[in-house]
Design a protein around this ligand. Structure first.
Ligand code: GSH
Length: 207
């Protein structure tokens, strides 16, 4: 296996990738890009991700950006972890659906809300309207315990981390299906492990 490097800044979206690597028990090394110091806008990192955003990963010679692409890629690389519905598995389609729904609909809706942007006409918006977007998620989570039902999969890593910060910032109301999902998510050892890694990194960055 070629080496995997995660470009990571503590307590950002790249924490989700860190947790996923832990869930997958993947070998990896960390390259810290402290976004508070503006390293993401310097040429060394822009050569990795011209968008100046984390996460990014390097796997051998391949650079992969965008947390959703990284999540799908890494989960496919380590099927032995048992959290990746394979091509041909009945859960594969729904699995991809919820990955893409996050990036294409849910997060844009939440950011529009956070920035108090006036929503455009429903037919023009990639997510339609905020209420339907949130209701679609809540209906799915109500089936529980995980997004795809009984099986915990890699897509839960994306949603667990995102719903934790979105409810933490009060962008999203923690109605019971969301709250119970977040509680289940935060009880996973990988979440604690990544939080410990971030705490150590923050100590050295601030110290
Ligand atoms: N579309 C990107 C967004 C990543 C993103 O927004 N990352 C933030 C950290 S949470 C970032 O790198 N911000 C630094 C900056 O823009 O200066 C993804 O999904 O991976």
């Amino acid at each position: 296996m070629q080496p995997i490097t995660l470009y990571h800044s503590p307590q950002t979206r790249s924490a989700g990738t860190l947790i996923l690597l832990e869930e997958l028990q993947a070998p990896y090394s960390l390259q810290v890009v402290n976004i508070k110091s503006g390293l993401q806008r310097q040429s060394a990192y822009l050569a990795v991700n011209p968008m100046g955003k984390v996460p990014s990963i390097r796997h051998g010679d391949a650079l992969i950006t965008e947390q959703v692409a990284i999540g799908i890629y890494l989960a496919d690389l380590f099927p032995q972890a048992g959290i990746t519905p394979a091509i041909g598995d009945a859960l594969r389609g729904p699995y991809l659906r919820w990955y893409v729904f996050y990036a294409a609909s849910f997060e844009p809706a939440m950011i529009d809300k956070a920035l108090k942007r006036e929503p455009g006409p429903v037919a023009m918006m990639p997510y339609g309207d905020l209420e339907t977007t949130v209701a679609t998620l809540v209906a799915q989570l109500s089936r529980g315990p995980w997004l795809l039902g009984d099986s915990f999969t890699a897509v839960d890593v994306l949603w667990g981390t995102a719903l934790t910060w979105m409810t933490g910032f009060k962008l999203l109301e923690a109605v019971p299906p969301i709250r119970h999902y977040i509680d289940r998510w935060n009880a996973r050892p990988s979440v604690k492990k990544a939080a410990d890694i971030d705490a150590e990194l923050l100590k050295s960055l601030n110290g």
